[in-house]
Design a protein around this ligand. Structure first.
Ligand code: UDX
Length: 428
């Protein structure tokens, strides 16, 4: 028998969590504040690109185990578990802004069933479980921290095959009740106190960002000493203590989590009296990386991008998502535009330039249209299909045979054979 669950917030995390919990046999009602979104989801229309999610949403609706309602208070009255999956954007001082979560907690408090468990799924600063408890004003309701470790693009698979489930609570019984919701997953489960669970999430993301900044910094060293970063990473990866995951050099890390969470952890540490210099360095290397890629593109067109046409393949913050939030590609493009460049971009998941983040960028739906007459082609997102594009056709259309491959994705030898200049990351 499944449990009765409410999900507050139907973004990437909430929708994936709701659809996957329904798939595991629970009865799930998801609430959002946007009427059009609730209506579309109720018809089985998923507004984001996430592998396997459409199928699970439709499966849930057809089985009667997944439904959508407008407003959190309409979702919580008859359920035993309430997941808070609301945004925690970066506030002006770098700290996470908790207001969406606090407001929702205050709203739902009076409507909760006796003995219900409220679960913080969003990435929240240490101590937030207590903050939510205060806003609920319900002594009989436990607040449990249960951070998500879902990568966009593979969120469904990450949910259903997790490396671990982390649950933080001062109440062992409430923690075990939440652990039981995931009984079908056979994942190692760590039950700890709320502060440790909240810290695990920040520590994990900060460590992954550190790995990427490390490899991007090593790529700069490789360029300086004439080494090839791909071979360096391969050589490092054989060491089981290091591994090769998350050591792929690129234009820097972005997305909805790493940037905000790394800044938030710097602030959390500072507020607690520790200067997290290492993490500040990790963030600084990332900012430098955007600048390094912009400089490579500038050099590829002769030292100044003013009046030059830059063709870009890839706008999203990584492949297999349509998410543009904190995309390194967009950061780099706007740096170039400020220097007078004109940008024509192609991305398989971005069909037009209507998103405000794309202001001033000409978005085209054909990769070869993007390169027509351009002074350089810059590859900024690692979509696999870019590898299959016809480089001879690119050579025939581009104005100046120059490629900056910020994902080390294209066939370097083939490009050179066609007469292109090629500049990658940590290899030339
Ligand atoms: C991340 C975490 O991986 C996930 O566990 C957490 O819950 C949410 O944040 P996500 O933001 O979806 O997931 O993206 P991720 O796949 O981690 O990539 C983040 C950024 O790092 C992207 O810009 C990506 O291109 C970049 N990256 C990743 C690299 O440059 N090199 C790598 O080796 C891996």
């Amino acid at each position: 028998m499944g449990s009765n669950i409410a999900i507050i917030g139907t973004g990437y995390v909430g929708l994936t969590t709701g659809a996957c919990l329904a798939h595991l046999g629970h009865n799930v009602v998801c609430a959002d504040v946007v009427p059009e979104k609730v209506e579309a989801l109720s018809r089985g229309e998923v507004p984001i690109l996430e592998a396997g999610l459409d199928e699970l949403v439709i499966e849930g609706i057809e089985s009667g185990r997944l439904s959508f309602v407008l407003g959190a208070t309409n979702a919580v009255a008859d359920v035993d578990f309430i997941y808070l999956c609301l945004p925690t954007p970066q506030g002006a001082d770098g700290a996470a802004d908790l207001s969406f979560i606090q407001d929702a907690a205050a709203d739902i408090g009076p409507h909760l069933k006796a003995g219900a468990v409220v679960i913080n799924k969003s990435t929240v600063p240490v101590g937030s479980a207590n903050e939510v408890a205060k806003k609920l004003e319900r002594a009989d309701v436990h607040v449990v921290s249960n951070p998500e470790f879902l990568r966009e693009g593979t969120a469904v698979s990450d949910f259903l095959h997790p490396d671990r489930v982390v649950i933080g609570s001062d109440d062992r019984v409430a923690a075990q009740r939440v652990a039981d919701l995931y009984a079908g997953l056979e994942a190692p489960t760590l039950i700890t106190d709320p502060a440790s669970a909240e810290t695990i999430k920040y520590a994990s993301n900060a460590f992954l960002a550190t790995k990427i900044s490390f490899v991007n910094a090593m790529a700069a060293v490789c360029e300086a000493v004439g080494a090839d970063v791909n071979d360096v990473v391969a050589g490092m990866g054989f060491d089981k203590r290091i591994g090769s995951a998350f050591l792929v050099p690129g234009p820097g890390w972005g997305g909805s989590c790493f940037p905000k969470d790394s800044h938030a952890l710097v602030r959390i540490a500072e507020n607690a009296g520790y200067q997290f210099g290492l993490l500040r360095g990790v963030i600084a290397v990332n900012e430098e990386q955007f600048g390094r890629v912009a400089k490579k593109i500038t050099q590829a067109v002769g030292g100044s991008v003013e009046g030059k046409c830059i063709a870009v393949w890839g706008l999203t913050f990584k492949a297999r998502t349509d998410d543009l939030r904190d995309s390194p590609a967009i950061n780099i493009i706007h740096r170039l535009r400020e220097l007078g460049a004109q940008v024509k971009a192609y991305d398989p998941a971005v069909l037009d330039g209507s998103d405000s983040r794309l202001a001033g960028i000409e978005v085209v739906t054909d990769p070869y249209d993007a390169v027509a007459g351009a002074d350089v082609l810059a590859v900024l997102t690692e979509w696999d299909e870019f590898k299959t594009f016809d480089l001879e056709q690119v050579a025939g259309k581009i104005g100046n045979k120059a490629v900056v491959d910020a994902r080390n994705l294209l066939d370097r030898e083939a490009l050179k054979a066609l007469g292109f200049s090629y500049d990658g990351i940590g290899r030339s």
